[in-house]
Design a protein around this ligand. Structure first.
Ligand code: GDP
Length: 173
């Protein structure tokens, strides 16, 4: 049994290839904003948001790799202690979809098996889409992960992703 008034804080890392919308997702979720040319500040580690899940206050700390995706030494430090992970790709970037399993492995190699979700972002860009939702769903099924389709731009499904990870975490306490 855990203590009643203990604060529940969850570290969630958002990973995926560059430009899939990771920083935008964190900005959207924590600050409620979307900008086309948001400049990443290297050294800013995370943003947070408090939500209520099953009558519990949960503080979500969302960590961004801040454009350092290719530097393993740096990203490993970001992953440390994570309890949840968003594996993000962009619907207009085939490579980013094909890299999902690699990202999953990278995170798991560092922190072991934690709750993860696959997120197909930029679904507002229907005309430019190069990844079918069916394929993404099949991958999620194969990896036994929940799958969400989001548009950070239009604020579609973003809250749901983080709520799901929070609920999963609480279930396991
Ligand atoms: P990161 O490198 O993965 O952190 O990606 P960014 O958050 O920097 O986003 C890359 C670009 O994609 C930026 O110009 C964002 O404004 C844009 N972007 C992010 N999410 C969406 C989305 O859902 N729809 C559209 N159309 N653009 C998006």
């Amino acid at each position: 049994m855990r203590e009643e008034d203990m604060e529940i804080a969850i570290k969630v890392v958002v990973v995926g290839n560059g430009a899939v919308g990771k920083s935008s997702m964190i900005q959207r979720y924590c600050k409620g904003i979307f900008t086309k040319d948001y400049k990443k500040t290297i050294g800013v580690d995370f943003l947070e948001r408090q939500i209520e899940v099953n009558n519990e206050d949960v503080r979500l700390m969302l960590w961004d790799t801040a454009g350092q995706e290719e530097f393993d030494a740096i990203t490993k430090a970001y992953y440390r202690g994570a309890q949840g992970c968003v594996l993000a790709f962009s619907t207009i970037d085939r490579d980013s979809f094909e890299a999902i399993e690699t990202w999953k492995k990278k995170v798991e190699d560092e922190v072991g098996p934690i709750n993860m979700v696959i997120v197909q972002n930029k679904i507002d860009l229907i005309d430019e889409a190069v990844v079918h939702s069916d394929e993404a769903e099949a991958l999620a099924k194969k990896l036994r992960l929940r799958f969400y389709r989001t548009s950070v731009k239009e604020n579609l499904n973003v809250d749901e992703v983080f709520r799901y990870l929070s609920e999963k975490y609480l279930e396991e306490l």
